[in-house]
Design a protein around this ligand. Structure first.
Ligand code: NOJ
Length: 542
């Protein structure tokens, strides 16, 4: 059976507020994404996932949706979306939207109706409860952004549930009318031609019957977000949510080759349930392990092996290095290792998702206090939870505002944008951008890297700090060796890789050694922070 596009392909996350502004308001827009499609083609990605573009009061920057079937005027119009979709498809780029089913905006007409009276037909579309017998919120659930997850509504004398901001009331997915309305949203966008969805906080959709208190978290300490005071045992990951994932999958499958990606932060074993039980669930439950894993060869080797082993039969793997909620990879492990991480992301088995700007090596961007926008930071300041530093404008060139906008952008650019920008980095051999382009081209040229099997190299032959593995498809066999340390390391090669050619190195700069590469002999020396892709010398050059 041939692989589906979402198995072979590479996904690129666009944070639309920060990609390209064309109307001079300091906020990116759909026309801006369209204008940059050729960049994405040259980069070599296959699909973009665009974070929410729907009408929204922007309390949580689009994750508070006021109308699921339209486009926020800040981003453009439905007609502009259709144009972007058609232009992307013309260039063979698939487009995924962000589906935010757990909660709407408190300004959504559904919530306004629900809140208007206890007898409104939409009352039960959200989760309303009386105060606890002694007064106060109905239970001890805590919002992911800190504080009680319950908000008191004076006019109807009940509390409503919000797992995030009070401006993001949770929908009641136990109500069949809610399900149907939300499934209609999927159908609406599928009919327009979108290729799939990333599903926001999929594991949150169903809460335990009776809404019992969550147990305290013994590992909680000040310095963590307040949400960690309790374990989200009853507020998330209920068995009934899997039936919803299966229903969404049926809708997606009835529309052709579409993809559903579930945002799910859960331990491995629970994550795997979202692939589905007897019936298929989401195609790709996001695998976020690389976002937090200690950057050590033996830890990563174990993590990859456990993930591979845990996959259900037919379950396709996926890997993520960054997103709009978590620190940038270059900020976490430094730029030299971020290059190694790029090789890892793009040579592991499974669909990779690249976060915009990681291909430029964007690191932590300092946000002056007066500029802070993220409600997460504003509500629990100083804990390092703020997400503004990873949502800053894409630096396209060295002109004022980095070519992102003619106006002052909504968040500052990285301070080194005069050097770290697309126009410059694409001219620099060996830059992060060049490396990403080479990796993506290599992946396209060698199906072993996209759909091949995966095997870790016998740990006993691996040097300390070295993570090495094989990808194989048909006659093609490639070896990937990554030095996660800053000391050169020597690696004994398996017999099949003796006298291998270097197809790519993170520390060479597109010079004569690239591609035609020196041969290795029976061992290879990896320089400090070096990642290598090797091919047996008898393999045809691509
Ligand atoms: C997860 C999203 O990625 C995050 O940005 C958002 O704040 C929450 N879900 C709430 O929708």
């Amino acid at each position: 059976m041939s692989a589906a596009w979402w198995q072979e392909g590479v996904i690129y996350q666009v944070y639309p507020r920060s990609f390209q502004d064309t109307d001079g308001d300091g906020v990116g827009d759909l026309k801006g994404i369209e204008a940059r499609l050729d960049y994405l083609v040259d980069l070599g990605v296959d699909a973009i996932w665009i974070s929410p573009i729907y009408p929204s009061p922007m309390a949580d920057f689009g994750y508070d949706v006021a109308d699921y079937c339209d486009v926020d005027p800040r981003f453009g119009t439905l007609a502009e979306f259709d144009r972007l979709l058609a232009a992307a498809h013309d260039k063979n780029i698939r487009v995924l939207l962000d589906f935010v089913p757990n909660h709407s905006s408190s300004r959504h007409l559904w919530f306004l109706a629900s809140k208007s009276s206890r007898t409104n037909p939409k009352r039960d579309w959200y989760i309303w409860r009386d105060p606890a017998p002694g007064g106060g919120p109905p239970n001890n659930w805590i919002s992911d952004f800190g504080g009680s997850a319950w908000e008191w509504d004076e006019s109807t004398g009940q509390y409503y549930l919000h797992a995030f901001l009070k401006e993001q009331p949770d929908l009641n997915w136990r109500n069949p009318a809610v399900r149907e309305a939300m499934y209609d949203v999927l159908r609406f966008w599928f009919a327009r031609g979108v290729d799939g969805f990333r599903i926001d906080v999929l594991w949150h959709l169903i809460k335990a019957e009776g809404l019992p208190d969550n147990p305290p978290n013994p590992a909680y300490h000040a310095g963590m977000g307040e949400m960690h005071r309790v374990q989200q045992l009853h507020s998330t990951d209920q068995p009934e949510v899997l039936a919803i994932a299966e229903e969404m999958r049926k809708i997606a499958d009835s529309c052709g080759e579409r993809v559903l990606i579930g945002e799910i932060y859960l331990p491995l074993e629970r994550l795997m349930h979202y692939y589905g039980r007897d019936v298929a669930g989401v195609h790709l439950p996001f695998n976020f392990q690389l976002l937090e894993a200690p950057w050590k060869a033996e830890v990563l080797a174990r993590m990859i092996a456990e993930y591979e082993a845990a996959l259900p039969s037919g379950g396709w793997p996926n890997w993520v290095l960054g997103n709009h909620d978590r620190p940038r990879i270059a900020a976490r492990i430094g730029e030299a290792q971020a290059r190694v991480a790029a090789v890892l992301l793009l040579t592991l088995r499974g669909t990779p998702t690249i976060y915009y700007g990681d291909e430029l090596g964007l690191g932590h961007v300092e946000i002056p206090a007066a500029w802070v926008q993220d409600p997460r930071e504003l509500r629990e300041p100083g804990l390092g939870l703020g997400r503004d530093p990873v949502r800053t404008p894409m630096p396209w060139d060295a002109t004022p505002n980095g070519g992102f906008s003619t106006a002052v952008p909504w968040l500052p650019l990285c301070s080194d944008f005069a050097d770290r920008n697309v126009a410059r980095l694409e001219q620099v051999p060996g830059s992060m951008l060049t490396l990403y382009r080479q990796l993506l081209a290599l992946r396209r040229a060698h199906s072993a890297l996209s759909i091949g099997t995966f095997a870790l190299l016998d740990a006993s032959s691996a040097a300390p700090d070295v993570l090495a593995y094989e990808r194989r498809h048909g006659d093609e066999r490639l070896l990937i060796a990554l030095n996660l340390g800053s000391t050169p390391r020597e690696l004994a090669l398996p017999a099949w890789a003796h006298d291998a050619r270097r197809l790519l190195s993170t520390v060479e700069s597109g010079d004569s050694r690239f591609g035609s590469g020196t041969e290795t002999g029976t061992r290879v020396v990896l320089g400090a922070d070096e990642g290598l892709v090797l091919a047996p010398s008898f393999a045809p050059e691509v």
